[in-house]
Write a protein of this length. Structure first.
Length: 271
């Protein structure tokens, strides 16, 4: 996936935004990011420019110029990807948008009162250790999760929607393997079924529009008209950070009786 912002490159001088990008990039821990090699010797801390460019979905020349002060007509989607790749806090993301576009980041839909996790549900998630587990809403917003999932998916504090992560962030394609057939295909069909079952849900409609406008593969798969209701029993691959190896996992999907639109997901490693 490559952004349309990549136009002619004009070298500039590093400015506040460029200096911040270097600082944010060099503080990252490569061991916490799937798809980044930790085997080779690193001359500087953090990620390289090439690694950030790859994980953000832009070319190295384009990203290198960005750190040197080159200005472009940045899209919100690119800046959101960059913020997640660099693991920016909410305040830092606001600073990125202000320096890059002179405006605040777009507001996200808030979870409804019905889509909150009760204390007993969090206790159940914690009891699933050593297996990763999470609770998601009908729109695939992750409501709650245990510490094991946080170790497997360090992007959780920065992007809390599983579908948006899978389709709109190139980093996900490094971690969810095989991405197109193993994850993207069943995911997009689940969105179709959820929309049919909840046609008046605004969050689901926005989610569908975001996925189809932001990813060509999502549009291709949507046109094939497949339908899968849930992933229970599926075996898929996940590339783990640190080890940087692919682990097959079986997805165990359940729904709490008090709110059947939610999903209680546990990932069980398999041989």
């Amino acid at each position: 996936m490559r952004e349309c912002e990549q136009g002619p490159i004009a070298e500039g001088e590093p400015d506040e935004l460029g200096n911040l990008l270097v600082f944010w990039r060099e503080r990252l821990d490569p061991r916490r990011i799937a798809g980044v090699s930790t085997q080779r010797r690193r001359l500087k801390p953090g990620l390289t420019q090439a690694e950030v460019a790859h994980l953000t979905g832009v070319g190295l020349t384009w990203y290198r110029a960005l750190e040197k002060g080159t200005r472009h007509d940045f899209s919100d989607r690119f800046l959101q990807r960059l913020a997640m790749t660099l693991r920016l806090s909410e305040t830092e993301q606001a600073l990125l948008f202000q320096l890059a576009k002179g405006q605040a980041p777009p507001r996200r839909l808030q979870l409804s009162e019905a889509d909150t996790a009760q204390p007993d549900m969090q206790l159940m998630l914690d009891q699933m250790a050593p297996y990763p587990a999470y609770l998601s809403s009908v729109c695939w917003d992750i409501i709650a999760y245990n510490d094991v999932l946080d170790a497997w998916f360090p992007w959780l504090p920065y992007e809390r929607n599983m579908m948006r992560l899978a389709f709109l962030y190139p980093e996900a394609q490094e971690q969810l393997v095989p991405w197109k057939e193993g994850w993207a295909r069943p995911f997009i069909t689940q969105v179709r079924v959820a929309l049919a079952m909840h046609p008046d849900n605004e969050g689901l409609q926005i989610l569908k529009d975001d996925l189809l406008s932001g990813n060509a593969v999502a549009r291709e798969l949507w046109a094939e008209n497949e339908a899968i209701r849930h992933p229970d029993g599926h075996v898929r691959g996940i590339r783990l950070p640190k080890e940087n190896k692919v682990m097959p996992v079986k997805i165990v999907a359940m729904a709490p009786m008090r709110n059947m639109t939610q999903r209680f997901i546990t990932l069980l490693p398999v041989e």
